[in-house]
Design a protein around this ligand. Structure first.
Ligand code: SF4
Length: 87
């Protein structure tokens, strides 16, 4: 569920203040902050969270410049989820 980690707080190095994950996951016009992976990967399962809650197009728009291998892992996860869905 997309709200699962919304209550968690983190110090934002860009804004210089505490923020909740709710902000980080939608800080770019409802898309995740470009730094979300780096900021949150030690605290939540970032790859699966992104794969479960965003489309490939959304992720490319949000993280277009990140290393391809990481994006491919997330896309693989997304594909696995879609294959498991009934119907
Ligand atoms: S993910 Fe973005 S908004 Fe959130 S703490 Fe990191 S830099 Fe700040």
């Amino acid at each position: 569920m997309i709200e699962s980690f919304d209550h968690l707080e983190i110090y934002c190095p860009q804004l210089g203040m505490m923020l909740t994950f709710n902000y980080c996951r939608r800080s770019q016009s409802s898309l995740p902050c470009r730094n979300l992976m780096g900021c949150w990967e030690e605290r939540i399962p970032v790859d699966s969270f992104l794969g479960e809650n965003f489309s490939r197009e959304d992720l490319e728009a949000a993280f277009g410049g990140i290393p391809k291998t990481r994006m491919e892992r997330i896309f693989d996860y997304l594909t696995q989820i879609n294959e498991k869905k009934p119907g």
